[in-house]
Design a protein around this ligand. Structure first.
Ligand code: ZN
Ligand code: ZN
Length: 172
């Protein structure tokens, strides 16, 4: 049982690395045609980008079904993938982009850091020069700001349009 829980937790952590690489090299690479909808000005509740979430769900379900039909311990890896997907949806869709009728605010330091880091990911137009590709881990904000300024210089966007800290937190 302890080995199973360890496998579940390791999968959850490994999924952050997989997510980072997939976001940087697939979603901002050859898979941009699906991810682009997520970088458009007006984000919708449903985007073509959700195809990636669907793929994640299918992987998790397949692993759980295989594990439960005799291929132990695949179900625990599947549970780790599913947990990553659920946390991602809550943090990314719910707290950062606030797609839901209920709009939870990022109150603790960890969530606020994820929130600002992801806003910086959206601080660059287009596929190239983006910063902060992780979902559940964010590097220190000052480092991301430096990267974003360099990215802005690279794409020739005025630095003054950097998203301000706390943007979107006041009011609603
Ligand atoms: Zn992106
Ligand atoms: Zn986003």
């Amino acid at each position: 049982m302890i080995a199973h829980i360890a496998l579940f937790l390791c999968t959850l952590v490994a999924m952050e690395a997989v997510g980072f690489l997939a976001h940087k090299y697939v979603m901002h690479g050859w898979g941009w045609f699906l991810h682009r909808s997520h970088h458009e000005k007006h984000l919708g509740a449903v985007e073509t980008n959700d195809v990636y979430l669907l793929v994640l769900a299918l992987v998790a379900i397949t692993l759980i079904v295989l594990g439960n039909s005799g291929h132990d311990p695949l179900q625990w890896i599947g549970a780790g993938v599913a947990a990553f997907g659920i946390i991602y949806v809550v943090v990314h869709d719910g707290i950062v982009h606030r797609h839901w009728p209920l709009r939870p605010k990022p109150r603790n330091r960890y969530l606020r850091r994820l929130y600002h880091a992801h806003l910086m990911h959206h601080g660059v137009q287009g596929r190239e020069h983006s910063v902060s590709f992780g979902f559940l881990y964010a590097p220190p904000i000052h480092r991301l700001k430096r990267q974003l300024r360099a990215a802005r210089r690279a794409e020739n966007t005025p630095a003054k349009t950097l998203p301000p800290m706390g943007a979107g937190l006041a009011g609603d």
